[in-house]
Design a protein around this ligand. Structure first.
Ligand code: NAD
Length: 503
């Protein structure tokens, strides 16, 4: 840890840690499990963003993960044979099209599956030999990469033909053949034109989920549930939300909020969705929009409120806030610094305790800083961000600990639960259960400091309890091949699968 502290830049710290991973995996995971909060930013967001941008430049001699190109179609079976470990339980796969909020990074996106799987081990104890990072290389549309001498992927534009869909299909079939029907396959950082349809294509026949859509939704819902007291609401159903960003994260979160409201009130999903409004790059999503809306936005194309007839501020989010009067805003547009003082002030004018979740990653894409959110609302905001921010002390001495709506709160625990019970599917209902289990572990002390999430230092314990809740849901709904032994609790059953690095 002293050597790590002496590395001059965050990227140097990233390379240093991964060099340890390449040479002494046990030490790497011992560091990650002992100092999770300190090292996570150098293993995952925000540093992994820069690492991916410079992937070719920082590439080291030890290969990690499988790169499968579209030219390998027909041979995926034999490519999987090249991986040294056979007992794979969790796969994270990307095609590199939408890496964090940084766009299309082609094969440089491999840093994300590697980082996420490190967190599966660090945060929940999935054995490192049971994890497999995969990149499906179908080209990139980023000219700079195609021209870079350091770029290691196919030098061609992205394949958007049926061959791409077939490659993903072959990949799923090969993984299930080799590792078993119930191997958990997590979609990661696919562009939203593919993400929704691929999830739909595979979710019924494989144990799979998309972390950008469903994992994000679960962690954000957990923050909304845990902060109900802070926002002075009795139920999620008492909120009204405006989103900026209507992509994977935005629509995924909106859909899960609607499921939570249905659970709480017994209303229909349509009724629940009526309290959720989306703003995308073209303005308020509504049924009055002249352009053709993408399918995933259609559920939220409500009739625009009469007061929205003449939006006047020139800022679509501010106009939406003025006409819809939300209790919470959730921002996932990856535009960086899109919040104005006026937006936060307006939220604080409408609400005693506005919920403001500014979730775009990495830090350069965050809509505002934690300091801005607290200062602009005079400490009223219940704030969470995507990338970490330090605690903030206002001029009057009040101190706030901003929550980080980090997906690492959910996917490792969810994965552990699925692995422990040999789950046959992952459903949105599991995401709701995971969110409720996470929210239940936020303590009164966390809430007193303004934080809607538990400390990351407690993540292994948190993940174990999420795993137990999820496994119980899977077993009880008949979607699991294993169940607890007689007299064993779900927590104990999940604990049996946990790897602890001994150093
Ligand atoms: P996406 O590409 O699927 O969606 C982005 C959306 O933003 C699109 O709907 C687009 O129309 C909209 N948008 C773009 N420019 C806009 C503008 N100027 N005004 C309004 N909307 C605009 O991406 P995504 O998967 O939804 O991710 C979005 C961001 O959320 C990324 O930065 C990602 O890192 C972040 N994210 C954070 C977390 C987390 O903190 N837990 C989880 C997932 C995603």
């Amino acid at each position: 840890m002293e050597q790590l502290a002496k590395k001059p830049t965050d990227l140097d710290k990233y390379v240093f840690l991964h060099t340890i991973q390449d040479s002494d995996e046990t030490l790497f995971f011992a560091i990650l499990t002992t100092h999770t909060e300190k090292v996570m930013p150098f293993v995952y967001t925000p540093t992994v963003g820069e690492a991916c941008q410079k992937w070719g430049e920082i590439y080291r001699h030890t290969p990690r993960g499988l790169y499968i190109s579209i030219n390998d179609a027909g041979s995926i079976d034999s490519i999987l044979d090249n991986h040294p470990h056979q007992d794979v339980k969790v796969i994270v796969v990307t095609d590199g099209e939408r890496i964090l909020g940084l766009g299309d990074l082609g094969v440089n996106g491999m840093g994300i599956p590697i980082g996420k799987l490190a967190l599966y081990t660090a945060c929940a104890g999935i054995h490192p030999e049971q994890t497999l990072p995969v990149h499906l290389d179908v080209g990139t549309n980023t000219e700079g990469l195609l021209k870079s001498p350091y770029y290691m992927g196919l030098r061609q534009k992205r394949d958007r033909t049926q061959a791409y869909v077939d490659l993903v299909k072959e990949f799923f079939a090969a993984c299930q053949k080799k590792y078993g029907r119930n191997v958990l396959i997590q979609f990661e950082d696919f562009g939203n034109t593919n993400a929704f349809r691929l999830l739909e294509d595979h979710q019924k026949t494989a144990t799979t989920f998309n972390d950008d859509i469903q994992g994000t939704a679960s962690v954000v819902l957990a923050g909304i549930i845990s902060s109900l007291g802070m926002t002075k609401k009795a139920r999620v159903a008492d909120h009204r939300f405006v989103f900026l960003g209507a992509g994977e994260a935005g629509v995924g979160i909106a859909d899960l909020i609607a499921i939570a409201v249905r659970h709480e009130t017994g209303c229909t999903l349509e009724e629940a969705r009526a309290k959720i409004w989306l703003v995308d790059s073209k303005g308020l999503v509504s049924n009055a929009r002249p352009d053709k809306l993408a399918d995933h936005k259609l559920h939220y194309a409500h009739a625009p409120p009469p007061s929205h007839a003449n939006p006047s501020s020139g800022n679509a989010l501010l106009d939406a806030i003025k006409s819809i009067q939300p209790t919470g805003i959730i921002v996932v547009s990856a535009q960086g610094q899109t919040f104005t003082k006026e937006i936060c002030e307006e939220m604080a004018r409408i609400n005693e305790k506005p919920l403001i979740f500014a979730l775009s990653n990495p830090t350069s894409k965050s809509e505002c800083t934690a300091t801005q959110a607290y200062e602009w609302t005079n400490g009223a905001a219940v704030f969470a961000s995507g990338s970490p921010f330090d605690p903030v002390t206002l001029k009057d001495g009040r101190r706030f600990v901003p929550g980080q709506g980090n997906n690492a709160y959910i996917f490792p625990g969810l994965g552990l639960g699925a692995v422990a019970c040999d789950a046959t599917s992952v459903l949105d209902d599991d995401m709701y259960v995971a969110a409720s289990a996470l929210a239940a572990q936020v303590t009164p002390e966390d809430l007193a400091s303004g934080c809607a999430y538990p400390p990351l230092s407690d993540i292994r314990n948190v993940s174990l309890h999420i795993a137990a809740a999820v496994a119980e849901n899977m077993v009880k709904s008949g979607r699991a091949l294993s169940k607890p032994k007689r007299g064993e609790s779900y927590v104990d059953m999940c604990r049996r699968s946990v790897y602890t690095p001994k150093y």
